[in-house]
Write a protein that binds this ligand. Structure first.
Ligand SMILES: Cc1cc2nc3c(=O)[nH]c(=O)nc-3n(C[C@H](O)[C@H](O)[C@H](O)COP(=O)(O)OP(=O)(O)OC[C@H]3O[C@@H](n4cnc5c(N)ncnc54)[C@H](O)[C@@H]3O)c2cc1C
Length: 506
């Protein structure tokens, strides 16, 4: 994202009256940088006005004690140090010195004394191996170095690219509105600078938990003192006749997204099989490329199982407004060249077919290593598996969620990052429980849907506002208790719901 910010609000170097901050927040600028003043108790903080993740406007966020949470994707920053305390933001915010004089507040000098994150104490392992170069694996490596871990970090990834912003692959990047330069989580140079031994195109085929070695397809044996398994999930592939043709795609990696962009360049019509989040985000991205899109799915409504009937109807209508054709309560039974045959007997023409029919956690390694499985890799509250010294995080991990009181596994970007971070701290001996309330977002055209909590089932949905007006909050309740909250353009309420859920089980 661009670093340069347009000037907005008063010039804080010239001072603003103390009373201007009566509301607790004020947006101003120092030179070309937008700076946010926040008043907490009697103290005033001056920080970057935008989140270091996607540039979300922190003035619309939630101040909680000496932290501020971003309204867009719930990152959280320490106001005193600027540290990104919670993913998805990973980089700190800049912060400025504040001076009070003659009833005015002046902000002039950027502070360069960014407090280093506290080093992890205790005896540290010599070598940490991370299997997986995705969200959880990257966040773990970044946190290990942030906590000044001095030992060796080896990151083994089957991907051809260094860790990427995976959510972007079905959104702006696929739609053509974000350049590829925005996709890597860090530049290639970062790994050398941080002394992270990132080995791409390296598939681990087994783990020997007795000799403590990860063994690659090439036969290399890499010893570890602590191991993080973060192998993520893989798309479920279509098995119908014709699904092995080159114009049939799935989407997980940067290579997949690039291949789809190349195919879209010459395509006029596409069929998306499955009305999943990813399937529908792909539909929106292809519409942005002016491709005719048909979505085929067995469901009565898109996303009803996760978001309920009312939101499902809204999502369908939203996509229809953008020209998507739905073939619901139907399935694809065969792909014959450019014809996709449906069970109902109808058929759709497609130069491009995308299967968005869900993902499966990649468990083969965990299974081979003899780790306890439970529709995922079973981990304790510290994200440690049944084999001491081996941790698991991200899409593969099933953990005891203190909020729902159940063991759950989710496929959310923010959860994977945060689990990677907590696993890193625990590999350094910190004994930190993973207690974050799950959060995910999905983006369809200009409509973001934010979701906090976890509700596999509910007995009531309480709707506040108007879904069709894109101004609503939906509370998914069971036995009178809110298990999850979905919202559209009610970001503050989403943050408040998150805080309430955290408190309920605190
Ligand atoms: C297109 C797309 C869009 C998404 N959008 C959103 C969104 O908007 N919001 C949201 O909350 N979530 C979203 N998600 C889900 C989110 O990206 C995942 O939950 C998250 O990436 C999981 O992180 P992970 O680290 O567990 O796995 P991944 O990020 O998938 O990383 C797994 C890594 O493990 C490697 N690997 C696997 N097996 C091996 C092996 N044997 N040896 C070596 N390496 C191996 C892979 O190569 C990969 O590098 C999206 C996912 C996709 C695919």
């Amino acid at each position: 994202m661009a670093d340069k910010q347009s000037s907005n609000g008063p010039d804080l170097t010239h001072g603003v009256p103390v009373a201007a901050l009566d509301g607790g927040k004020l947006l101003g600028h120092v030179g070309e940088r937008e700076v946010l003043l926040l008043k907490v108790a009697d103290e005033i903080f001056a920080i970057d006005a935008h989140c270091s993740h996607y540039h979300g406007p922190l003035i619309e966020g939630l101040v909680q004690g000496e932290t501020v949470r971003c309204p867009w994707h719930h990152a959280c920053f320490d106001l005193r140090s600027g540290e990104a305390m919670r993913a998805p933001a990973l980089s700190p915010l800049s912060f400025w010195q504040v001076e009070r004089r003659d009833g005015h507040i002046f902000v002039q000098n950027k502070r360069e004394d960014q407090k280093q994150a506290q080093p992890a104490g205790g005896q540290q392992p010599a070598r940490i191996v991370i299997i997986g170069g995705g969200a959880a694996g990257f966040a773990a490596a970044e946190m290990l170095r942030r906590r000044q871990f001095q030992g060796s970090i080896v990151m083994l990834s089957a991907d051809t690219a260094a860790p990427v912003d995976r959510p972007n692959l079905s959104k702006d990047y696929l739609a053509g509105s974000a350049p590829e330069a925005w996709v890597p989580l860090r530049s290639d140079k970062y790994y050398g600078k941080m002394n992270i031994d990132l080995r791409l195109r390296t598939e681990v085929t087994s783990i020997d938990s007795i000799s403590r070695e990860a063994i690659t397809a090439g036969g290399d044996k890499i010893g570890y003192d602590r191991l993080l398994l973060a192998t993520g999930a893989e798309p479920v592939r279509l098995t119908i006749p014709g699904a092995d043709q080159p114009h049939v795609h799935t989407l997980r990696s940067l290579d997949d997204s690039r291949a789809m962009i190349a195919a879209a360049a010459g395509a006029r019509r596409a069929v998306v099989v499955g009305a999943s989040f990813i399937g529908l985000e792909v539909a929106a991205a292809l519409r942005a490329r002016d491709i005719e899109v048909h979505v085929v799915a067995p469901d009565k409504r898109p996303m009803e199982r996760v978001l309920g009937a009312e939101m499902g109807d809204f999502i369908r209508a939203l996509h229809e407004e953008h020209g998507v054709f739905f073939h619901l309560e139907d399935t694809a039974v065969a792909i014959e060249g450019s014809k996709v045959r449906l069970k109902s007997g109808s058929e759709c023409e497609a130069d491009l077919v995308v299967a968005g029919i869900g993902v499966r956690p990649r468990l083969a390694l965990a299974e081979q290593a003899g780790l306890d499985l439970d529709n995922g890799v079973a981990v304790d509250a510290y994200l440690e598996t049944s084999t001491p010294g081996i941790y698991a995080a991200g899409d593969i991990a099933r953990w005891p969620d203190p909020h729902s009181g159940r063991n759950i596994r989710v496929e959310h970007w923010v959860v994977a990052l945060r689990q990677g971070q907590v696993a890193a701290l625990n590999m350094l001996g910190q004994q930190k429980k993973f207690e974050a309330v799950p959060f995910f977002w999905s983006q369809h055209y200009d409509v973001p849907i934010n979701y906090v909590g976890h509700a596999e089932k509910w007995d009531e949905i309480v709707i506040d506002g108007d879904i069709n007006a894109k101004d609503c909050t939906l509370h998914y309740k069971s036995g009178g208790r809110v298990l999850a909250t979905a919202s559209i353009y009610r970001d503050l309420e989403s943050l408040e719901a998150e805080v309430r859920m955290e408190r309920e089980t605190a």
